[in-house]
Design a binder for this molecule. Structure first.
Ligand code: GDP
Ligand code: MG
Length: 297
């Protein structure tokens, strides 16, 4: 059984001062209901964040609007503290009007920037809690033929505000060639619509060959195909997270079955700090510049 998720390498990603204070990281998950967002989050962080959640009640179903659901957990691994927040967006895409969907996410992200901006100009600048959204996993359905209008609209409205990392949901619904084709299609459409998804930083030239190879494979996997499951199954004597089908078991962490492990390593072990840096240096800086130009007008 794997009983750790890998963020204890964070000290290697950043200097000691922040290690003592602990890390804040916020992940937003966006995509239509039923694409496996909650299941994936639980699989990623080995926890049942949504276990007390009941099925949406009738009134929720009738409303059909996007809402924001925020969960925070403090986790510690080998003395490193991480305050992880997951922002879920139930109801996304359910409204007839697609503006409802992106606007709610957009407002939430802006609101966190505004709060940070206010705190930063206040007296207690040293202990600001960073609630800014550092990464947005955008779930693309496996059964379409690429991006839909809703997907394009969402990404275009938010790509200047947050690091968008597209994922192909429920990858076990597709064969390997179908996954390859859908990935190519999504990337072509991202380019065609001039959408700026998160750009991986160049790999340092002094890294070893193995690291460089892994980095290359990581970049080549975007948009990551993912599979989630809340169930642990025994496969040949080892217990794995998986989905049991009549014909066999799909294993969440098996790299032959999906890019789940790549995505988790990316988010937690290798690129968490870069996602935070880009948020600070690019997205937040854009927001700040706008605030300042408004004030001076
Ligand atoms: P959400 O509405 O996006 O949060 O989706 P949920 O996580 O609640 O999952 C919706 C349904 O899809 C549940 O029945 C899950 O068991 C199922 N599901 C979740 N992840 C996967 C997956 O990777 N593959 C398949 N085939 N089904 C999944
Ligand atoms: Mg959900």
């Amino acid at each position: 059984d794997r009983d750790y998720i890998g963020f204890a390498t964070l000290p290697e990603q950043i200097h000691r001062k922040s290690v003592k204070r602990g890390f804040d990281f916020t992940l937003m998950v966006v995509g239509e209901s039923g694409l496996g967002k909650s299941t994936l989050v639980n699989s990623l962080f080995l926890s049942d964040l949504y276990k007390d959640r009941k099925n949406p009640d009738v009134s929720e179903k009738i409303k059909k609007t996007t809402s924001i659901e925020k969960k925070t957990m403090d986790i510690e691994e080998r003395g490193v503290k991480l305050r992880l927040t997951v922002v879920d967006t139930p109801g996304f895409g359910d409204a007839l009007n697609s503006e409802d969907s992106w606007r709610v996410c957009c407002n939430y992200i802006d609101e966190q920037f505004r709060q940070y901006f206010t705190d930063e100009s206040g007296l207690n600048r040293k202990n600001i809690q960073d609630n800014r959204v550092h990464c947005c996993l955008y779930f693309i359905p496996p059964y379409g033929h690429g991006l839909r209008q809703l997907d394009v609209e969402f990404m275009k409205k938010l790509h200047q505000k947050v690091n968008i990392v597209p994922v192909i949901a429920k990858a076990d619904c597709l064969t390997a060639p179908e996954i390859r084709k859908l990935k190519q299609r999504v990337l072509a459409e991202v380019a065609e619509h001039e959408i700026h998804i998160y750009q991986f930083p160049e790999c340092d030239s002094d890294e070893d060959e193995e690291f460089k190879q892994q980095d290359k494979e990581l970049k080549a996997s975007v948009p990551f195909s993912v599979i989630g499951s809340n169930i642990v199954i025994e496969v040949e004597g080892t217990r794995v997270r998986g989905r049991q089908y009549p014909w066999g078991v799909v294993e969440v962490e098996n790299p032959k079955h999906s890019d789940f492990t790549k995505l988790r390593n990316f988010l937690i072990t290798t690129h968490m700090q870069d996602l935070k840096d880009v948020t600070e240096d690019v997205h937040y800086e854009n927001f700040r510049a706008q605030c300042i130009s408004q004030i001076s007008q």
